[in-house]
Design a binder for this molecule. Sequence first.
Ligand SMILES: [Zn+2]
Length: 141
Amino acid sequence: MHREGGCACGAIRFTIDAPLLGTGACHCRNCQKFAGGGPNYVALVPKGVITITRGTPHEFHDRGDSGDKVIRAFCPDCGTPLWSVPEHKPFIPVKVGAFDDTADLAPQMHIYTASAPAWHAIPDNVPTFAQMAPAILAPPE
Ligand SMILES: [Zn+2]
């Protein structure tokens, strides 16, 4: 499926021509920081399928709670978070907010809910995991 997205100011634009691997919301503290308070809503895509059609994202080199490196890409002009690149995972979580059309991107799971503030409503009709979801921790090869 063809999807398009970009940052708030339009300096960065991208396209994705591949089926999504899934969607989710991550409530870890780092994601709360990068999302501005809420969880990070993300859609997972295979590595190599994002085509940047305008601009060059800046990259912040971070580490996840596993200790693995994770690159966080954002617009150098407006700061919109775009996606992250986990070192040892076969997928890239793209921020749902970066897509032009988010209508079909409802989270299929909530992870790191142990870090979510008590006031954040999490629906009870989707799977939740206190930390990383087992399927994401050990994705099929
Ligand atoms: Zn921008």
